[in-house]
Each structure stands twice: as structure tokens, then as C-alpha cells.
Design a protein around this ligand. Sequence first.
Ligand SMILES: [Zn+2]
Length: 250
Amino acid sequence: MENKNDELAYLYDKTVTCPVCESTFKVRAVKKSSYRILGQDTDFFIEYGKINPYFYDIWMCNTCGYTAMKHDFPKIRESEKELVISKISSKWHPKSYPNIYNVNIAIERFKLSLLNYTAINASSSKKGMNCLKLAWMYRLTGNKQLELSFLKNALESFTEAYTSESFPMYGLSRFAMLYLIGELNRRLGNNEEALIWFGQVIGETNADQKLKNKAREQKDLIRALQKGNVEETLLENDDDKKKGIFSKFF
Ligand SMILES: [Zn+2]
């Protein structure tokens, strides 16, 4: 376990200007040199050592309440700004957080962000990625029910985004999204649906070979479970803890 002084050393304050109200404020940010990848789950969740960068993924303007994942924060359209002002700013009460964030703070911030995305009718990919990360935060707390609930929301949004938006999406290629939709279906128990999406990845001539292998592994896992010849221990270990090929995406 890292102590608080170590964690503070991995962070710095970054100055950001709010695109909605134009006030300037500081966000907590993780130093690039502090990223340590310990492993990866089959739905692209990365397990980090030292400090968890997911906790610092949300930027929030305490003046007007505009909140989004840092990737999206500067990119807001004029029409969306008006929706933030009318739907968020009018009810906003400033928040205060300690210097170091934990999973519960992260969950609160991802929820505030999701509230903003909903208020501005953000694209399905944005809502999907926000829900996926919220699901991962609940995975960290061990709350399986809420994890699955947000995985389900992520799946619905990504399925919509797959047909209506362009790629890459948060660094994911179209093939990686095919795989992810398959894997979210698998995790939610929609095995037949998952097999169709994995089959599409495998059948794509242009898809990355490692991604195809990953899709084959998950397909084989479903088949094996359907035949009832996989032991419970395997079920618990189906998350790939090795440093994976997807680490570059997030
Ligand atoms: Zn603002």
C-alpha cells in the first residue's frame, strides 16, 4: 500500500479554463511518470499500481457545475453550453474534495459527469464510456449489482454508438468496439449475442490479430461454460491480469 505522501507526489495541479463560464480553476492530475500498469481485465479495465488515474479522469468547474471526462471537457458546443447553464448551473452547489481522491469520490464525480452528459444530450459514445468507467469503479468497491447495472447502460450506449458514430472512439478502433460490445454482452450473460459480436471480430480481415485471438478466447470460454466443463475457479479468473494489448487505449 502507498502512503498519502507518496500519492501526493504522483499528482500535480493543472490549470484549466471552463468552456462554459470561462472561469479558471485547478484540476488534480496524475504525472505521466506515475502510471504503473499491473494488469488488465477483458473489458479493457486497467489495474494500476501506485495511483489510480481513473480517480482523476473527471474535470469539474465549481463555478458553473460543468463536469465531464477530461477527454471531452474542452469540446462542448454552444448549444450544449446553454443546456449546462439552464439545467446544471441553476441548481449547482459547489463541492469540496480532499487533495487525494478515492473510489467513492471518483464514483460521485463520474455520476456528476453523467448528469451533465444527460443534460446536454451528449453522444452515445460519451454516455457509454462514462457508464463503463462507473461500472469499473463499482468493480473496485466489489458492488457487483451496480457494476452490472452500469455495464448494461454502457452496452446499450455503445451498441447505439457503433452504428451511428465514427471511429476511433476514445482510442478504440471499430474492431475493438466490436470486441468490447461482445465482451459486455458476455459479462451480462447474453451469451448468444456475445458470440455474434465475437464472430464479427474474428471474421474481419483487417482486424488486429491479437484482438481476434482475444475474441476467440472469450468465445471458447462461453462454449466451454455452456458445455459445463469449466470449473468455478476458472470463472473467477477470467479477467486477463497480464499487461494487455489494450493498455494503449486508455
Ligand atoms: Zn464553469
